[in-house]
Design a protein around this ligand. Structure first.
Ligand SMILES: Cc1cc2nc3c(=O)[nH]c(=O)nc-3n(C[C@H](O)[C@H](O)[C@H](O)COP(=O)(O)OP(=O)(O)OC[C@H]3O[C@@H](n4cnc5c(N)ncnc54)[C@H](O)[C@@H]3O)c2cc1C
Length: 464
């Protein structure tokens, strides 16, 4: 299978642009606004130029051109994580959407994933062989950004973080050289890429291990939001006893009256529990009893092929403006549930579209034998909340609503933060343990001494 799209454009002899086969778009070009747009439409990114890489060689040429011309380089798959990129003045934005494709080897249960591949395409290719990748909730997130930043998905409590399923990476390092890195070749760089984010190299492909899985029992239970007190307290207790084969999310949802929402959601305020069960319908039915006893108005549980897991969370599948924030929780005792409800439950002054509490633990909380910079999450739950700033009034109010949530949950906040959910700038040291952060800084200093690569939640090089 070809992993690379054919060349699209060429400008030989134009010294303002790198010599690449893919398209280079400069400010003032007719498609400039389209080329620089991130998935998160709230982000107004203004790089020096955009290079649409059509091959790994294009990425290498862009990095060499940047070094020669004094630019820095940011690599972007989709722009889902664009909110925390620094100012892109003087930065060449290398976009990888044209560099997509998946080749699955069912014998070794491995897949080679080109840099621009979306989660849905990896999941679909793996499913053809009865295999699965621990993808996140959204099918149109880029595999690369998601995996380099950790990767918490529906298979997480059984199969751990996605980053620790990486067995090799094809990269362009800051010297413009293409390399394949793994546990033997450039092991420090390979370690840093697995959970350390995009600070260290431009990754042109990942080789990942897949897990055998054809189907899962999945669904959503929905109640009106005024039932949130009893539902959230019951869910928090319920998660204490679950096996690793169950991953679930409790949600407080406030849908605007938008015409493209389905009837049962449009304009509604709801509390939801979404869950994925990997051990079959009988186990699921037994475990779901305490939640079904609360008589949800909607119960969608059914056994489905793995690709349908991408539909469960209902993430938007097209670019939207969003403003979100997260925190990890050590525990979720009744007082923490009350704190959450005070900030975002029925009666709270909030217009956040969704406040999600993801159950972590299981394999997400255990150190696997072969792991990279992010071995585990030292927390029991992840809270992610998001608002859609459709009007200036909403854009002004959302930060206060997010802050109220942080405040209400502060007593239970874990020390650690999670790179992929951090949609506001934070101290990158908070993403890792002290020893891991020091090692990441040393890897950055060694592989990118001139700080060529710009990433969200950038790891700085070692101090001089
Ligand atoms: C709707 C939605 C749902 C989400 N669901 C989940 C979820 O279930 N679980 C979860 O863990 N996260 C989730 N996230 C967070 C998501 O994983 C991060 O935003 C992630 O960074 C997105 O990756 P991307 O490649 O699409 O984004 P991008 O913005 O393109 O990339 C983010 C960063 O990754 C790095 N990067 C990307 N590609 C490369 C490359 N080729 N080489 C080097 N560095 C690179 C860069 O540092 C870049 O700044 C979700 C986000 C959204 C908006």
């Amino acid at each position: 299978m070809s992993l690379i799209s054919p060349p699209t454009d060429h400008h030989p002899g134009d010294h303002r642009r790198p010599e690449v086969a893919g398209r280079v778009v400069l400010p003032g070009d007719p498609d400039w606004d389209q080329a620089r747009a991130a998935w998160n439409l709230s982000v107004d990114q203004r790089p020096a130029m955009v290079v649409h890489a059509s091959s790994a060689e294009d990425v290498a040429a862009a990095v060499r051109f940047a070094a020669a011309s004094g630019h820095r380089v940011a690599v972007q798959t989709t722009g889902h994580g664009a909110a925390t990129l620094p100012d892109l003045s003087g930065v060449i934005l290398v976009r990888t959407a044209d560099l997509h494709g998946v080749a699955v080897d069912p014998t070794s249960r491995r897949a080679r994933v080109a840099a621009g591949t979306l989660a849905r395409d990896l999941v679909a290719a793996a499913a053809e062989h009865g295999l699965a990748f621990p993808a996140g909730s959204s099918p149109d997130v880029g595999v690369l950004g998601y995996t380099l930043g950790g990767g918490i998905g529906w298979l997480g409590r059984r199969h751990g973080l996605a980053c620790n399923h990486v067995v090799a990476a094809e990269v362009v390092t800051a010297d413009g050289v293409l390399r394949r890195v793994d546990a033997e070749r450039d092991p420090d760089l390979f370690w840093a890429l697995r959970g350390g984010g995009g600070s260290f190299a431009a990754v042109t492909a990942l080789e990942v291990e897949l897990v055998p899985l054809r189907e899962a029992h999945i669904g959503t239970l929905l109640w009106p939001l005024d039932r949130a007190v009893e539902v959230l307290h019951a869910w928090a207790v319920w998660t204490n006893e679950l096996p690793d084969s169950v991953t679930s999310i409790a949600r407080l949802l406030r849908f605007p009256p938008l015409p493209d929402l389905p009837d049962h959601l449009r304009g509604r305020q709801l509390v939801a529990v979404e869950a994925v069960f990997l051990d079959g319908v009988a186990v699921a039915d037994r475990l779901l009893r305490p939640l079904r006893a609360l008589r949800p108005e909607t119960d969608t549980f059914a056994t489905v092929p793995v690709p349908r897991l991408g539909e469960l969370h209902g993430d938007p599948e097209h670019p939207v403006p969003s403003d979100g924030d997260h925190l990890l929780l050590r525990a979720l005792p009744p007082a923490a549930v009350d704190g959450l409800l005070a900030a975002a439950g029925p009666g709270a002054e909030t217009g956040l579209l969704a406040v999600d509490v993801r159950h972590l633990g299981g394999a997400l909380g255990r150190t696997s034998t072969a792991h990279g910079a992010l071995d585990r999450l030292d927390a029991s739950y992840a809270v992610f909340a998001v608002g859609v700033p459709m009007t200036p009034e909403l854009a002004a109010a959302i930060p206060d609503w997010l802050a109220a949530l942080q405040e209400g949950l502060a007593p239970w906040a874990a020390d650690q933060a999670y790179l992929n959910f951090a949609e506001r700038p934070i101290d990158p040291a908070r993403l890792f343990t002290d020893d891991r952060f020091a090692r990441l800084r040393a890897v950055k200093a060694s592989y990118d001494p001139d700080d060529r690569f710009v990433a969200n939640h950038q790891v700085p090089g070692s101090p001089a």
